[in-house]
Design a binder for this molecule. Structure first.
Ligand code: PEP
Ligand code: MN
Length: 342
């Protein structure tokens, strides 16, 4: 349920109202926008009489929210959320960012890749130190040493890093190392203890869509994180499993505007895992940009044929540079004001 507060309400009246609601055992989510203030009421709101709220001096109107996601819901928070990823990089609400880097951290080549992607316009560096591999015999990542390399590269290049956390027991290590953005991968999109654990921090979380997840399930994943107190969630469409076998996954470009409609959280597109093949990655990146994504996550490797994971979908730095030029043009095209036809 949401209660829209009248413009004339004072801060004292608002605080009093919030206290009154919370005193009845509900949680609240106050969104103070430029135009209106909305108090989201979370809990079994069938017990609340909307007419009683509407009879209060400071309440403009009351509306039931049927979706099960509340904090992630645009009805609770009409304005776009802007997530501060550190190093001066913000995403969402008109801020577009490109996250690039290798699938896995492999060693010192991380620095060459980082320098190259930064020169081409990437603003955040990615690389996995803990890798969720389908086979237990595949390379599992460098672990803590990989995190250290990421932190070193982040300091040298003044870029926030995005890296995957797979185990709730590792969250404290990620905090201790000062990781800027924790990624929750597709395979862990519904690992609820992990979602809750990252939710207990204030570190931004890049939450990927699960392998066969619906849009609503993805939003419920975000809700798990936010319900623990962490509002800094970035959603990521990375392709879903369908009957199609020509690509690694099927990129659900639709999900980008749908997520923007349903939620205030920033939405990133990952064309690398969505397609699985270098030859298709750029087209999918352009589509995501044109669809209004707030950013992209793209795998780049200095020598894809030697990459320790996901070489088949990596762009070379030169290919990434070419992609970035076109991404900038597309971004300008979709955000530029267009004159009305006379
Ligand atoms: C990754 O980003 O390298 C990764 C494993 O992605 P996903 O979880 O989307 O498969
Ligand atoms: Mn990968």
């Amino acid at each position: 349920m949401i209660a829209v507060v009248k413009e004339t309400a004072t801060q004292d009246q608002l605080d009093h109202f919030v206290k009154w609601i919370e005193g009845r055992g509900f949680k609240t989510n106050v969104s103070q926008g430029d135009n209106e203030t909305i108090v989201g009421i979370i809990g079994d709101t069938t017990q609340i009489d909307p007419f009683l709220l509407e009879s209060m001096d400071i309440i403009e109107r009351v509306q039931r929210v049927s979706e099960p996601f509340k904090k992630a819901n645009r009805k609770f928070h009409p304005e776009d959320t802007i997530v501060d990823c550190g190093h001066g990089v913000k995403i969402g609400g008109g801020n577009f960012q490109v996250i690039a880097g290798p699938c896995s951290v492999e060693g010192k080549n991380l620095f060459d890749i980082a320098r190259a992607v930064k020169a081409s316009g990437a603003t955040m560096l990615r690389g996995g130190a803990y890798k969720p591999r389908t086979s237990p015999y595949s390379y599992q990542g460098m672990g803590e040493k990989g995190l250290d390399l990421l932190v070193e590269a982040s300091a040298e290049l003044d870029m926030p890093i995005v890296t995957e956390v797979m185990d709730p027991r590792d969250v404290q290590l990620f905090l201790d190392k000062g990781i800027d953005v924790m990624q929750i991968g597709a395979r862990n999109a519904q690992n609820f203890p992990l979602l809750r654990e990252v939710g207990k921090t204030q570190v931004p979380v890049l939450l990927k869509r699960g392998l066969s997840e619906t849009i609503d399930e993805l939003l419920m994943g975000a809700e798990y994180i936010m319900s623990e107190g962490n509002p800094n969630v970035i959603l990521c469409e990375r392709g879903i499993r369908t009957f199609e076998t020509r690509t690694r996954n099927t990129f659900d470009v639709n999900a980008i505007p749908v997520l923007h409609h349903l939620s205030h959280l920033p939405v990133v597109g990952d064309p690398s895992h969505a397609t699985g093949y270098t030859r298709y990655v750029r087209s999918a990146a352009y589509a995501a940009t044109a669809a209004g994504a707030d950013g992209l996550e793209i795998e780049v490797h200095d020598n894809p044929s030697e990459a320790w994971s996901d070489g088949a979908q990596a762009l070379t730095p030169a290919q990434f540079d070419d992609a970035m030029r076109r991404i900038r043009l597309i971004r300008e095209a979709v955000t530029a004001p267009v004159e009305e036809a006379k």
